[in-house]
Design a protein around this ligand. Structure first.
Ligand code: PGI
Length: 450
């Protein structure tokens, strides 16, 4: 057994997202989002689940903040529902929507918890989608206006801001693979969406600086690590394309003002390229204060130019390790390698792990306890790698576990549970799982033994 320690000021937290927990989808003036439309479309979400009610967090601010306080977190990462504050995406503000976030933020601050606000976690106002959504350059300025509204409204209260959660999901999972809202399957559209969201990110960061908003701002790509099947150039390059797809494609324009050459050449070989307009790259490359790392799993990849290799000619081969209940392989070493790669490539910037967690669908046992030992094991394995990264000089400043509570797991619906707290979706009763108590201990001690 060894002791794994963390720095004194390490920001321990948990994360959630608006569409996954709030519910109240048509209350108090909230406008429709693309996820309301998508989830209401038969066949898109397992069991026909949707976020109409979710965890009903819109009506349970005090109850949820009490869960956070009991857990002892220093930060709480949540996201804002853009259509709740701007029902049509731009123009008229819905004061009741802003009031909800004021209630949440004020309760957090009153309990000594720092709000960590994601401006966009996938719930685009449907009104903007009707005008082309992220495939249209018009959405860029709509986002910048939304961001400015939130910066001014919460100036001094919210000091940690994330523009976008997982650009790859916004672009490729949603517009090339068609798995998420709005469900398109168009590679050029996905490349257009990537570019437009990057310009929108840059404009928001620029306004953040110009407005003199106190605090820090960053972006949270989902970056999957990839291990080469054989130590050959072909397999290594197949891996480079995998994390280039979801990581470098977004971070290189921000840090270097240009798309990664190897990915540009790959797309151009297929006949695709980003719709760059003069001046875009200078807007995108506004300096940011941190990178949010969302890490869950890794893959082993090998070069395969055939069908199995897909658009990137990179085929995933099983790592031969245990999987969580959603089928993702458990590979904690990949977190360290990803942190190392990111630190080395982008000049050791401040990093937060903005998401890390596991899907285990353990249910309520007699006596109302939930023995999710597998989640505890998963978290411990990954926190060991986080502690190792810090000892190696990587500027990892915090860790936000996904997720505070079971919630709407996108296309998987409510069948996949990631929470430290169990939610009974019939009664909405919250029940702390064993992992909640374990994580509470880690936070209070700032170390753990394993
Ligand atoms: O799937 C668990 C969580 C989601 O609930 C979060 O909203 C989202 O930020 C998030 N990202 C990832 C990794 C990328 C991914 C997203 C969705 C589906 C499959 C993989 C896992 N998760």
């Amino acid at each position: 057994m060894s002791i794994h320690k963390f720095p004194q000021d390490f920001k321990w937290g948990v994360a959630t997202a608006s569409y996954q927990i709030e519910g109240a989808y048509n209350e108090d003036g909230r406008g429709m989002s693309i996820w309301d439309t998508f989830a209401h479309t038969p066949g898109k979400v397992k069991n026909g689940d949707n976020g109409n009610v979710a965890c009903d967090s819109y009506h349970r601010v005090e109850e949820d903040v009490q869960l956070l306080k009991d857990l002892g977190v220093k930060v709480y990462r949540f996201s804002v529902s853009w259509p709740r504050v701007l029902p049509s995406g731009r123009g008229e503000v819905n004061q009741a929507g802003l009031d909800y976030y004021h209630r949440l933020v004020d309760a957090l601050v009153a309990n000594g918890i720092e709000p960590f606000c994601t401006l966009y976690h996938w719930d685009l106002p449907q009104a903007l989608q009707d005008e082309g959504g992220w495939g249209s350059r018009g959405t860029i300025d709509a986002f910048a206006e939304y961001a400015e509204l939130m910066f001014n409204e919460f100036k001094g209260k919210i000091k940690h801001w994330i523009t976008f959660n997982e650009p790859w999901c916004m672009a490729f999972l949603s517009n090339y693979l068609g798995v998420h809202a709005p469900g398109n399957k168009d590679l050029q559209l996905a490349i257009d969406v990537s570019h437009h969201l990057l310009v929108a990110h840059g404009k928001a960061v620029k306004r953040f600086r110009e407005l003199g908003i106190p605090g820090e701002i960053g972006i949270a790509p989902n970056t999957a690590w990839a291990v080469p099947y054989r130590n050959t150039e072909e397999d290594i390059e197949a891996c480079l394309r995998i994390y280039g797809w979801s990581g470098d494609w977004y971070l290189d324009p921000i840090y270097f003002g240009e798309y990664p050459k190897f990915m540009l050449e790959w797309y151009e070989k297929l006949g695709y390229k980003p719709p760059v307009v003069a001046g875009d790259m200078d807007i995108i490359r506004q300096p940011i204060d941190f990178i949010g790392i969302n890490y869950y799993t890794s893959s082993m990849n090998r070069y395969n130019p055939g069908e199995a290799g897909g658009m990137l000619s990179s085929e995933a081969v099983s790592l031969g390790v245990a999987k969580t209940d959603i089928g993702w392989e458990i590979y904690a070493e990949g977190l360290y390698q990803l942190l190392r790669y990111t630190a080395d490539k982008y000049g050791n910037p401040n990093l937060y792990i903005t998401e890390n967690g596991a899907c285990y669908n353990d249910g309520l046992e007699q006596g109302g306890r939930i023995h999710d030992q597998r989640r505890i094991d998963y978290l411990a394995m990954h926190l060991i790698q986080a502690s190792r990264a810090i000892e190696d000089g990587i500027n990892l400043k915090g860790y936000m576990e996904w997720s505070l509570m079971d919630n709407f797991e996108w296309a998987e619906g409510y069948g996949m549970r990631f929470g430290l707290v169990h939610v009974d979706y019939d009664t909405l009763v919250r029940t702390k799982k064993d992992s909640y108590y374990w994580y509470k201990g880690v936070i209070s001690r700032n170390w753990f033994e394993r």
